[in-house]
Design a protein around this ligand. Structure first.
Ligand code: SF4
Length: 257
């Protein structure tokens, strides 16, 4: 299989592989599949041996928080890219039970500092020059959804991302070009409604929220989630910019009640 994937050459950018633990036990506790650790590690090795670009992706959660740095080390050992998410989403059917695995804001903050040891969590110099009223998030999508990225499900359903199941364009009945046009225009023409707080939220630069999380946690693409707000507030309070931001936050926080 690794040889087959490698034979796709430049038409394949990269293979992303989820690695949720650095050692067998925590890994297989999470996947609930015996032998899965060895298979995943083997797949990475085989793909790398064939010269395929691999990215290890991981999600921080209570069962793997103690070995999360080791997952990054694993990516260094295999010379792959590494990307992680510090937040857990509800299931796409709205079931919030996975949130019980979410790690506390202080632990996320400490770990992010260690994982990003060579660079700051945010560009404080750049923010220093802005007024506190100008720290908000003007564009709804910060990622490449509808700009450089889309998701296609195994059933041919083309969507903005894995979590946003809209517009469910069926490329098996249409074409990639048409689906791409629809998604691109959706993002370009999206005008947030009146209650979109992020646009002038003083915490926006510290916040990991994205529209998909708004949708999954509270049913609307533009709605703030309590969990992301708590994390953003924690990080903002530990930033040298907090002195400047605090009065604006005091004014702003009332609207979340
Ligand atoms: S705290 Fe809420 S309103 Fe502020 S940027 Fe994050 S999601 Fe938006």
């Amino acid at each position: 299989m690794a040889k087959k994937i490698a034979s796709l050459g430049t038409s394949l950018n990269r293979v992303d592989i989820s690695v949720l633990g650095a050692t067998k036990d925590p890994f297989e506790k999470i996947t609930r599949k015996k032998g899965s650790f060895e298979k995943v590690i083997n797949s990475i090795r085989l793909l790398k041996d064939e010269g395929v670009d691999v990215q290890i992706k991981s999600t921080l959660m209570k069962p793997n928080k103690d070995e999360f740095l080791m997952i990054k080390k694993l990516s260094e050992r295999f010379d792959t890219m590494f990307r992680y998410s510090p937040t857990i989403n509800p299931r796409i059917n709205g079931d919030k039970s996975p949130l019980k695995y979410q790690v506390a804001p202080v632990q996320v903050y400490e770990l992010r500092k260690k994982l990003n040891s060579s660079r700051k969590l945010i560009n404080e110099e750049e923010l220093e020059g802005r007024s506190s009223e100008n720290l908000g998030r003007k564009n709804l999508f910060r990622c490449g959804a509808g700009q450089s990225e889309v998701t296609i499900s195994p059933y041919g359903e083309m969507n903005l991302c894995l979590e946003i199941h809209y517009p469910r364009y069926n490329i098996l009945k249409g074409s990639f070009e048409e689906g791409w046009k629809i998604l691109k225009e959706y993002v370009q023409n999206f005008r947030p409604p009146k209650g979109y707080f992020c646009k002038d939220c003083v915490l926006a630069q510290f916040c990991h929220w994205c529209p998909a999380r708004g949708l999954l946690t509270s049913g609307a693409l533009t709605r703030c989630s309590q969990q992301d707000r708590a994390q953003a507030l924690f990080e903002a309070r530990h930033s040298p910019l907090w002195k400047k931001m605090a009065p604006a936050w005091e004014r702003q926080k009332r609207r979340f009640k």
